[in-house]
Design a protein around this ligand. Structure first.
Ligand SMILES: [Zn+2]
Length: 492
């Protein structure tokens, strides 16, 4: 059995002014052919799961291209065209294949296109024809479209946020694809898109509205006629018509059942839509509360400056307040500022430097902050994820410096990456447990690893492009009305 394999993953924040170009993919992941298997085997990723399951089931993988970049603005025509062409060329060169496995995101917006995944799946379908099954794994934040559902036989969305089930979904997609190839499954799918745009802040699956929905789905999946159910909270910071919540139910040759279950989940989500509204503490209050709290570390979640949601990662408002009140001891993890990191590297360990940190990308993450501090450590930014997310996957932060401003230690990084793993603090010589305050630039993902070690977590409403306060954004192209932008929206 020969199965074509490719990956293209990007979560596009259309409000960001950072173009996602070839350099951004090269800094993170751009692999071709057999090196994909080497890079991902044994990792907690969809590709890791696909590789493991394919080997177990005796399927031969034909790996083409694997490309991923940190969330930012529109994916440039150049890199999208390059990856798509490479994929289609390899697919044609592969000759007859029995199936196709794609690891995509679902919220990628290339320049000139609203629906990157829909475009890609349609192009792959055009090459393989209607008879070859296509299975696709998608991120929990996918903004589902008709084109994706129409083009693929099977979509498997992550069921968790923090995304700790990527490996499992890769295994599931592969096993189900093999069953479709063997004619043991005949997928029939239903899609529902209620007019709902959940902000990121209450999308977590440990509790709240998404937990309720996934518990409901887990019950439904006990029916052997149900192949799988994916409930996409969606990525709200994409000003495209299809942004937002989506329900995808796929059954074994029972369209009516798929439609009925999809309706039930969509209506339940709608009934509880107000639970998605999120509030967080203003910066000053949050810092004061952290300093007054007993125990350590207190995690201050800088939810709106999450590079994993396409924010700049160089927000300064919480740091500014920590310095203003003379907080000690605190760690800010991690602030994206290649220029400041390079200046620290030039000065060397032990040097005292005065420089502007952060606030350089745009005017939506606070102004640059002039500070004087001592360079404590320097690193090339290579580490390995050790937490529940992406365990075993190597990470690259580029030139990394720890700048100590009167016991407020700022980890300056050169490649954008969300602070989702305490290893990003440890590998530069800082013990996160030794500090009173940990500022973590992440919306939800940090919880998987930081919740067990935190004495308390305080969610902060600082400015930034991954903010859960959707009123801060000027939406122009999303379908209207949609809740909560239009509070009086009705459904069905
Ligand atoms: Zn996601």
């Amino acid at each position: 059995m020969r199965v074509f394999l490719a990956m293209l993953s990007h979560e596009t924040n259309t409000f960001s002014n950072i173009p996602t170009d070839r350099g951004q993919f090269e800094a993170r992941n751009l692999h071709y052919g057999g090196e994909i298997i080497e890079a991902y085997r044994g990792t907690g990723t969809c590709l890791g799961g696909m590789i493991e399951a394919a080997a177990r089931l005796g399927a031969t993988l034909l790996p083409s291209v694997a490309a991923a970049a940190s969330p930012a603005g529109l994916v440039t025509k150049d890199i999208y065209g390059h990856v798509k062409e490479r994929m289609l060329r390899d697919l044609k060169a592969a000759g007859a294949v029995d199936g196709v496995l794609l690891d995509l995101h679902g919220a990628m917006v290339p320049e000139g296109l609203d629906d990157g995944e829909g475009d890609l799946i349609e192009a792959v379908r055009a090459v393989v024809g209607p008879a070859v099954p296509i299975a696709v794994t998608l991120d929990f934040h996918g903004n589902l479209s008709d084109a994706m559902v129409r083009g693929a036989d099977l979509l498997n969305g992550y069921k968790t946020y923090p995304h700790v089930d990527m490996g499992e979904r890769g295994v599931e997609a592969t096993e189900q694809l093999v069953a479709i190839i063997g004619r043991r499954l005949t997928p029939t799918a239903a899609l529902r898109k209620p007019p709902l745009l959940p902000p990121l802040g209450n999308q977590g699956t440990a509790r709240g509205p998404m937990r309720r929905l996934y518990d409901l789905a887990a019950d439904m999946e006990k029916d052997p006629k149900v192949i799988s159910i994916s409930i996409f909270a969606g990525f709200p910071l994409a000003d495209i018509p299809d942004a937002g919540f989506g329900v995808y139910v796929v059954t074994d040759n029972d369209q009516a059942l798929a439609e009925r279950l999809a309706d039930e989940i969509a209506e339940t989500a709608w009934k509880h839509r107000h639970e998605f509204i999120h509030t967080a503490l203003p910066v000053r209050e949050a810092v004061a509360k952290a300093l007054a709290a007993p125990g350590k570390p207190i995690v201050l979640a800088d939810m709106a400056d999450n590079t994993g949601g396409g924010a700049a990662g160089d927000g300064t408002e919480i740091l500014r307040e920590l310095v203003r009140v003379g907080a000690r001891s605190a760690v800010v993890a991690c602030l994206w500022d290649p220029k400041a990191a390079a200046l620290c590297a030039q000065a060397g360990v032990g040097a005292s430097v005065t420089l502007d940190v952060g606030g350089k990308v745009d005017d939506r993450h606070g102004a640059p902050l002039r500070v004087t501090g001592v360079v404590r450590t320097l690193s090339d930014g290579r580490f390995v994820h050790r937490g529940p997310m992406a365990r075993g996957l190597p990470g690259r932060l580029g030139t990394t410096a720890v700048l100590d401003i009167n016991d407020v230690k700022v980890i300056l990084i050169s490649y954008r990456w969300q602070t989702l793993d305490p290893e990003m603090i440890r590998f530069v010589g800082i013990d996160p447990l030794d500090h009173k305050i940990l500022v973590v630039k992440s919306t939800i993902h940090y919880r998987a690893a930081f919740e067990p070690m935190a004495s308390e977590i305080i969610e902060v409403d600082a400015p930034g492009l991954s903010s859960s306060n959707l009123a801060r954004f000027d939406f122009k192209r999303i379908r209207r009305p949609i809740f909560p932008l239009d509070p009086d929206t009705t459904y069905p």
